[in-house]
Structures are given as structure tokens and as C-alpha cells.
Write a protein that binds this ligand. Sequence first.
Ligand code: NAX
Length: 341
Amino acid sequence: MDATTVTVTGAGGQIGYALLFRIASGAMLGPDRPVRLRLLEIPQGLRAAEGTALELQDCAFPLLRGVEITDDPRTAFDGANVAMLVGARARTAGVERADLLAANAGIFGPQGAALNEVAAADVRVVVVGNPANTNALIAAASAPDIPADRFGALTRLDHDRALAQLAAKLRVAPDRIRDVTIWGNHSATQFPDVAHATVGGRPVTEALAEALGGTDAAASWLDDEFIPRVAKRGAEIIAVRGSSSAASAANAAVAHVRDAVRGTGDRGWTSAALVSHGEYGVPEGLVCSFPVTSAGPVTSTGDGYRIVEGVPLDARGRARLQASVDELIAERDAVRALGVI
Ligand code: NAX
């Protein structure tokens, strides 16, 4: 089989360090698929990326066909089948939101344009760097020749965090739980929704009521503990670990690409932020997290995610989704005001 070219930006950072070894081992694209890695960094990150490349070499991974390191997006994305956009401008104390959006527009606009020019015809793109949804929107808008549905932003970490919280509360393995949804933005406004989730085939809400002593107790736990804990888990990790989620984010990025390319199979839906066509009333063009499935290997980079339609949302669910969509609209409008899209 021909090698698949995977480009990782921000490769010298902490997520890059946790991600590259998983890709090279075959955990993402499968044990039969050779991979060629391209690492994109800014000049000050090149040495760290070079160090990681030396370690990749020392692993003697049978599937790894080569590692190239560059600070030029056109070189990095040349022939890329999978692009994982991790590098972004970090939010530091005192930086205004508008300045952060502008700095990231200066990264994701040119990267989208480079992808448009030189990536492989079947390229799939996942944006990890924050603000991930709006960065994906900028990259997609800057790549007019690449179908917009090839772009996604990572909400799989939020999804997996939700599964893990439910599994701990219900004392079951996480893979017994299906059809949880993360709606909206990868931010504190996201809506982790369990209304349609099942555990061992039975509604999660019913199992929670049994575990917690009634439907009111279950509803309070969902509203007061589960939703805020999942939505603010990133801050919790920073407070405890002293730096932001890295290995769990890398793991989620691997799972996002793996399922897009190889399919979600019979595991129910997962969550990913995709370009809206108007589903669930989300304005067209916004990159919003939805319930998604993928049919699996159709081309070398798979069938990709499709939004699962027709999942009912009650009035409270709609209001929660709308609050997150309002934030996405504000981010898009701020980027528009900059003249980026
Ligand atoms: P690090 O600061 O450790 O690494 C980022 C790397 O990106 C640095 O090496 C930097 O030199 C590089 N970089 C910056 N601008 C670049 C550019 N224009 N081209 C190429 N490389 C560039 O951050 P890390 O912890 O790895 O996090 C990376 C991003 O992921 C951040 O934006 C972070 O907020 C985001 N996250 C997203 C998550 C998600 O679920 N979507 C969760 C984890 C994480 O918070």
C-alpha cells in the first residue's frame, strides 16, 4: 500500500509530542498503512520538532516511511492526505479575544490557502488549535477548491470526557455507552447531551435515575455537575497538571481521524465539529459540533463524517445549543470584521 502523508502543525509542542508516536505506530490509520510524516513548525519550534523526529527514528516503527520538518506551509502540505492543524497562537494573560482571533486568522488563513494549492485531492483536515471551530472556518474559507466537508474541528476530547464521566458515575466501561452528543463550540458554552444516550441498550437517563435515587437527582447531577465539568474540564486539567491537556487531546485527535477514515462501525455516533449546511437550525457555514457517523473506507482517506439528522432536542437543549451557536456567530463576525473571510 502507498504511504499516506500526514502533516502535523505545531509538531514541536506538547500535543505534537503525544500525537506523532501514535500516528507512526499505526494507531490512527491502521496496522497495514505506511505513513509519511510532515512536521510544520514556526522557526522557534523547529529544534523541538527535530528532537521529536530523532526519537521517532529511534522507535524504528515498521510503518514509518519518513519524517520531514519544515517551517514552510506549502512544503508541509504538499501531497498531504491528512492534515492535523495543532499549532495555534495560545491565549495568554491580557490578550483580548479579538487579538487572539486575528493572530489565529494569520495562521489558519495562509495554511488553508497552502492546503488549497498543494494538498492531495482526497485531503482531510482536522483543526485542534484553539479557537478550533473558528480556526477551521477560516481554513475552510481559505481553501475554496477543497470541499468544505473535508474540514472539521476537534470536539472528540469533549465527547470522550463526557463518556468517561458517565461511565464513572454508572460504574460501567465507557464503551458500553453510546450516542452521547457534544453540540456547539469547543468552549465552555458547549452542550454535552445525554438525552439519547444509552448504556447497555437502556437510556442513560434511566440508569442515572436508578443510580442516583430518582429522576430529579439525575437531572440535577446532569445540570449542576456533569455539563459544567465536561465543558470546563480543560481548565480543571490546567489547574491540576499545571499545563493544558496534551495526551488526552492527542488521543482524541487520533480517534477523530481514525473514525473519519476507517468508519464508526456499529459503535453509534460520535461528535465532531463540521461545517453546517443548516442542520438543526445552525447557520450555514458555521463550524459546529454535531452527532456524526462515518461509513468507513471508501477512498484512501475514507468516507468522512456525516451529520446525524433528526435527533430531537427539547426546549432546554435547543436553548443550550443556541447559546453556543451565538458564540460561534460572534467569533465568525469578529473574523469577518477583520476582513479575513
Ligand atoms: P504548545 O504551545 O505546546 O504547542 C503549540 C506548537 O505550535 C508550538 O510548538 C508552536 O511553536 C507551534 N506553532 C505556533 N504557531 C504555529 C504555526 N503558525 N505553524 C506551525 N506551528 C505553530 O500547545 P499544545 O498544548 O500542543 O496545544 C496546541 C493547541 O491545541 C492549542 O491551541 C490548544 O489550545 C489546543 N487544544 C485543543 C483541544 C481540543 O480539544 N480542540 C484540547 C487541547 C488543547 O487545549
